[in-house]
Design a protein around this ligand. Structure first.
Ligand SMILES: *[C@@H]1O[C@H](CO)[C@@H](O)[C@H](O)[C@H]1NC(C)=O
Ligand SMILES: *[C@@H]1O[C@H](CO)[C@@H](O)[C@H](O)[C@H]1NC(C)=O
Ligand SMILES: *[C@@H]1O[C@H](CO)[C@@H](O)[C@H](O)[C@H]1NC(C)=O
Ligand SMILES: *[C@@H]1O[C@H](CO)[C@@H](O)[C@H](O)[C@H]1NC(C)=O
Ligand SMILES: *[C@@H]1O[C@H](CO)[C@@H](O)[C@H](O)[C@H]1NC(C)=O
Ligand SMILES: *[C@@H]1O[C@H](CO)[C@@H](O)[C@H](O)[C@H]1NC(C)=O
Ligand SMILES: *[C@@H]1O[C@H](CO)[C@@H](O)[C@H](O)[C@H]1NC(C)=O
Ligand SMILES: *[C@@H]1O[C@H](CO)[C@@H](O)[C@H](O)[C@H]1NC(C)=O
Ligand SMILES: *[C@@H]1O[C@H](CO)[C@@H](O)[C@H](O)[C@H]1NC(C)=O
Ligand SMILES: *[C@@H]1O[C@H](CO)[C@@H](O)[C@H](O)[C@H]1NC(C)=O
Ligand SMILES: *[C@@H]1O[C@H](CO)[C@@H](O)[C@H](O)[C@H]1NC(C)=O
Ligand SMILES: *[C@@H]1O[C@H](CO)[C@@H](O)[C@H](O)[C@H]1NC(C)=O
Length: 570
């Protein structure tokens, strides 16, 4: 009943164009573009405008329990995206972090640096029309502070490209870089030809110095690749991208696995730069058994102690389709027999080719997240390959380079944000705290204009999505300012907002409202580390509770089912 009331309230709010913590399920209005080509939501306490997700294939009672706990990392981009850049959502579709102030990105993932879980993020820079970039790679800690900012190290002239950033176990970063260089293309009847060189680099983020540089044209003959110059190769700003590096791994032996999209090949490269073997393409040194051929691939990486390789097999590019669909694949690598065999493939639910981008994320439980790249969907499969759900995050030109499911706990250094709306005695306080994963309860306090920093506790509200809405009947009070305090699951205060009035004026908290930083710390606390987004339900199995809420909502009149506010899922 309460769910229904909240839902109806949000439905009314919708008509006045206030969309807060929205997610949709099998919405034809969304898929058809009736809600726009890049539907996004807005909030009262935040200027964020993140994409609304539409579960084209929703989870249900039988599949929701299979979903692995975690948060979704996504970086929507494209001409129909309102604000491009990195976003974190929980698996119920609520925003957790809006990082779009860093700008458009492709690579956006978590990784381990100096023993801490961090965010790795490429920032622009320039995005060149021929599909590569030049910018900076950031390492961001769990308070959203930039702790390293580095780029490629190639004679000081070439900046890091956006296709890869990945940490090694040695706290070094694997990155890609590109550079147009003059090249003899007379064989293609091009005078004064230009080649787009691909580089793989291993960089020490602490010094910015390269530990390893691999230059593609030193080892691979451009004529052995599938993208001919065509109209390219004629000028420095129109170079021939013969190789198109897009993924790098380093293994326990200190060797590298380098993916070339345009050569349809993975190169296993020693620390001296020489190719030890290669899989795929025109001259595979490894026998490719049935079902293993891939084309225009992305996100190739070793799995299971280098006995397997996963990759996103696009099977198409802007000018060529090689199959009816893209797929995720897991290959068994048998070097004793010098062959690869198909272990598993993950197919898109409606057989679509994604002409660019895409990734395969195999999770600890054996579940797999596939990001469909140029097609703005991601899907989760269970360890048996059963499809659990598919989320669409745009309709028109909306793309996401990779989608990840990760554990991430973070407490920002910023204060929670508060917006106060007064309607007679009905006061509504909207609060959000961008990027915070550990808030369970918001305590509302009021203060008067005489003692603006004297907080009188008024009520507690369970955190509910990105933005929590707190109603307050102010008929018998004279508060001018409202403040929230964030409680974590240990019932410790981890942040105080400013004291904020409905006219927008605000007072910082007094010195006596300080936060014990040990309660703030995600590493030092007694709380088991987990993805904060879903645990505020207090349920040992948050996803099944998400499924339960779904069931409740499905009992609503069907006209309302397509659209609702997330209630009690946060
Ligand atoms: C990273 O460094 C570059 C070059 O100094 C600078 O332009 C850029 O603003 C830095 N990025 C951040 C987020 O600090
Ligand atoms: C750096 O410059 C030197 C000398 O100009 C050149 O020999 C070398 O190839 C360059 N290295 C790269 C990676 O471009
Ligand atoms: C180059 O031009 C010559 C003469 O027009 C032609 O015969 C040849 O096929 C062309 N080669 C290529 C690669 O286009
Ligand atoms: C890791 O770093 C150490 C110390 O810098 C170095 O000796 C070692 O060779 C590195 N390991 C690999 C696989 O690169
Ligand atoms: C080859 O692999 C495909 C899947 O890619 C499968 O459908 C087919 O049955 C396999 N054929 C043989 C002969 O194993
Ligand atoms: C990984 O494989 C190597 C040999 O290829 C072996 O020495 C090592 O013990 C394996 N590690 C694990 C965790 O299985
Ligand atoms: C797959 O589904 C999406 C979204 O529902 C739709 O836009 C697309 O046209 C479908 N593709 C095919 C081949 O059915
Ligand atoms: C996230 O943490 C949970 C337990 O807290 C664990 O079961 C799961 O494997 C972790 N997932 C990832 C992707 O690390
Ligand atoms: C305040 O809320 C009450 C009950 O929800 C409602 O009856 C009343 O009309 C509201 N007052 C204003 C001024 O909106
Ligand atoms: C905290 O400081 C403010 C401003 O000085 C004061 O009004 C308030 O009484 C203090 N609160 C407590 C609990 O001491
Ligand atoms: C809100 O919850 C916290 C933690 O349980 C508690 O300490 C506090 O007194 C509560 N505040 C109100 C106004 O109920
Ligand atoms: C809090 O108030 C301070 C000034 O007192 C202001 O600089 C800051 O931006 C405010 N923070 C928020 C989240 O409103």
């Amino acid at each position: 009943m309460q769910l229904r009331k909240h839902f109806l309230l949000s439905f009314l709010a919708l008509s006045s164009n206030v969309l807060a913590d929205l997610v949709m399920f099998e919405s034809n209005d969304y898929s058809s573009g009736a809600l726009g080509l890049g539907p996004f939501q807005t909030f009262m306490s935040s200027s964020s405008t993140p994409a609304i997700g539409n579960f084209v294939v929703p989870y249900n009672d039988s599949t929701s329990g299979q979903i692995e706990d975690g948060l979704i990392l996504l970086a929507p981009r494209g001409t129909d995206v309102n604000s491009a850049g990195p976003l974190i959502y929980n698996k119920a579709g609520s925003l957790v972090w809006d990082g779009t102030h860093f700008g458009q990105t492709l690579t956006f993932k978590t990784d381990t640096y100096k023993g801490e879980t961090v965010i790795l993020l490429w920032t622009p820079g320039t995005l060149f029309g021929y599909g590569v970039g030049a910018g900076y790679d950031l390492i961001i800690n769990n308070q959203y502070e930039v702790i390293a900012n580095f780029t490629a190290d190639i004679n000081g002239t070439v900046l890091a490209d956006f296709h890869e950033i990945r940490m090694t176990f040695n706290d070094t970063a694997l990155i890609t870089a590109y550079q147009p260089i003059p090249w003899d293309l007379s064989a293609y009847n091009i005078t004064n030809g230009w080649l787009l060189e691909s580089y793989a680099q291993e960089i020490d983020p602490a010094t910015g110095k390269a530990i390893f540089t691999w230059v593609a044209s030193d080892h691979v003959n451009p004529s052995l690749c599938y993208a001919t110059p065509g109209a390219s190769g004629t000028a420095e700003d129109n170079p021939w991208d013969f190789f198109h590096i897009n993924a790098i791994n380093k293994d326990d032996f200190g060797n590298y696995l380098i993916s070339s999209r345009h050569c349809h090949s993975l190169y296993y490269v020693g620390s001296d730069g020489n190719i030890i073997w290669n899989i795929g393409g025109m001259n595979s040194s490894v026998t490719m058994n049935n079902g293993t051929t891939f084309a225009w691939q992305h996100d190739a990486r070793f799995r299971n102690n280098q006995t397997q390789i996963s990759l996103f097999d696009n099977e198409g590019t802007a000018w060529e389709l090689d199959s009816s669909n893209s797929r995720g694949v897991l290959l068994d690598l048998d070097l004793a027999k010098n062959q690869v065999s198909l272990n598993k493939e993950w197919l898109p639910y409606n057989r679509t080719v994604s002409e660019s981008q895409g990734n395969v994320g195999i999770l600890d439980s054996g579940n797999t997240i596939i990001g469909w790249g140029q097609v703005p969907w991601f899907s989760e499969y269970d360890s048996n390959g059963q499809l659990l759900y598919v989320v669409q995050f745009g309709v028109g030109n909306v793309q996401g380079y990779r989608a990840y499911s990760v554990n991430w706990t973070a407490t920002p250094t910023t204060r929670p944000s508060v917006f106060v709306q007064e309607n007679g005695f009905n006061t509504t306080i909207y609060t959000s705290w961008n990027g915070a994963t550990e808030v369970v309860t918001w305590q509302l306090s009021g203060s008067t204009s005489e003692s603006p920093q004297l907080a009188i506790p008024l009520s507690n509200t369970t955190k509910n999505g990105f933005e929590t809405v707190i109603p307050f009947n102010s008929s018998s009070t004279n508060y001018k300012y409202y403040q929230v305090a964030a409680f974590n699951s240990n019932e410790k205060i981890i942040a105080f907002s400013n004291f904020t009035a409905s006219d927008g004026s605000s007072q910082a908290p007094a010195a006596n409202q300080t936060v014990d930083s040990s309660s703030n710390s995600t590493t030092g606390s007694a709380t088991p580390s987990s993805s904060g987004g879903l645990r505020s339900t207090g349920s040992p199995s948050p996803l099944s509770s998400a499924g339960g809420a779904l069931q409740n909502l499905l009992r609503l009149p069907s006209v309302l089912v397509a659209l609702w506010i997330i209630v009690a899922l946060s």
